[in-house]
Design a protein around this ligand. Structure first.
Ligand code: SAM
Ligand code: SF4
Length: 357
């Protein structure tokens, strides 16, 4: 599939649930989002059907995400169904890692290729403040399980926030030296649902001085970082890279399979790599190859623009495979050229956990 700007579209991210067992401050309000009623969520059968149609149209890479995909205990069942499609050559999962210790073995047996584990701090006290549920040790155990069951290359996704965990960039990079771990830094994106009613950053907390920086103040009344604070807290990947090189020496360009949009590097003698996904500072839109299917069956051409097309309704009212394929083609044809965050665009229709980050 080729979109209107000549980009090949071969990657589908599928959100298998909008529920989550964490409440990361940049992703969800303290009490969570209102979740979709169960009957509005796609069944695994419906997801597998859409994936199968998309695979016939040229999708070769599928990533399962959420919400937290591992809260669906029957996830291996979906993985088995997707694996039946031989043209899908890369089947991966993004998870917060908390339930991986008990699930990694079955995920591997079902046919999952690899995992990305999201982890923003290696310090328990900060973990409690960022994720607000779960605990660090269990996520680290999940990382070990991913390595043990060869869900590789095992990647860590880390979002740095200015004045809060950006002093850990080198600690994360250090993980790649002795272990087959690939750390990727993802720039904080100002995406949140229902923004206008909660974006009260200016009045509630200006960043007043160094001493206050190391408190991660949630500055909206729903307990999630506001749009403004997310923009202010964003650490550009150039800054993260410079910090790592200052502490640990040069990063030299490296190639790994499944690189995706990351620019990857290696510390001297390291087994793993350090990658940077710079969707804010270094617009990745030019090479964007993906579509996103939400847990409630909406197909989106772009993470950062609110347009989407309903597939669930047609699926449940007798649409043929050709009908669904036509809707997929329409979404591809309407994929926007780029995001406009730098120009002040706000993404408010859904939060990350509702889209499938
Ligand atoms: N629950 C799973 C997890 O955390 O890996 C999968 C879904 S989560 C929405 C996917 C990824 O989105 C995570 O790596 C998370 O750090 C990232 N994410 C969520 N909100 C973000 C934001 N505002 N900016 C940048 N990354 C964000
Ligand atoms: Fe849940 Fe992932 Fe969002 Fe954290 S980033 S709240 S783990 S969906």
């Amino acid at each position: 599939m080729i979109d209107g700007f000549g980009r090949t579209i071969d990657y589908l991210r599928v959100s298998v649930t909008d529920r989550c067992n964490f409440r990361c401050v940049y992703c969800m309000p303290e009490n969570g989002y209102p979740v979709s009623p169960k009957d509005e969520l796609l069944t695994f059968e419906e997801m597998a059907r859409i994936i199968s149609i998309a695979a016939d149209m040229g999708i070769t890479k599928v990533r399962l995400t959420g919400g937290e995909p591992l809260v669906r205990k029957d996830l291996p069942e979906l993985i088995r169904r997707v694996r039946e499609h031989k043209s899908i050559t890369d089947l991966s999962l993004t998870t917060n890692g908390f339930l991986l210790p008990e699930m990694a073995s079955n995920l591997k047996k079902a046919g999952l290729d690899r995992v990305n584990i999201s982890l923003d701090t290696l310090r328990e006290n900060r973990f409690v403040e960022i994720a607000r549920r779960g605990n660090l040790q269990k996520v680290l155990d999940g990382l070990e399980s991913a390595i043990r069951y060869d869900l590789s290359p095992v990647k860590i996704n880390c979002v740095l926030m200015k004045g809060f965990n950006d002093d850990e960039a080198a600690d994360f990079a250090r993980l790649t030296i002795d272990r087959p771990i690939h750390v990727r830094f993802i720039e904080l994106m100002p995406i949140r649902w229902n923004l206008d009613s909660t974006d009260s950053f200016e009045s509630m907390s200006a960043l007043r001085g160094e001493s206050e920086l190391f408190q991660l103040r949630v500055t909206s009344d729903d307990g999630m970082l506001s749009d403004t604070e997310m923009r202010r807290r964003m650490v550009s990947n150039d800054v993260a890279m410079a910090r790592i090189q200052n502490e640990l020496g040069p990063l030299t360009p490296a190639e790994i399979t499944t690189n995706g949009p990351a620019r990857s590097f290696r510390l001297t003698g390291a087994g793993g790599t350090v990658g940077f996904i710079s969707q804010i500072s270094n617009d990745l839109c030019e090479r964007c190859n993906r579509l996103r299917l939400t847990a409630d069956g909406q197909l989106r051409p772009c993470l950062m623009s609110d347009g989407e097309v309903d597939l669930r309704g047609p699926l449940r009212t007798g649409a043929t495979d050709d009908d669904i394929a036509a809707l997929i083609s329409e979404v591809v044809a309407h994929k926007p050229e780029r995001h406009y965050l730098a120009e002040g665009q706000k993404v408010t229709g859904r939060g990350m956990s509702q889209i499938g980050g």
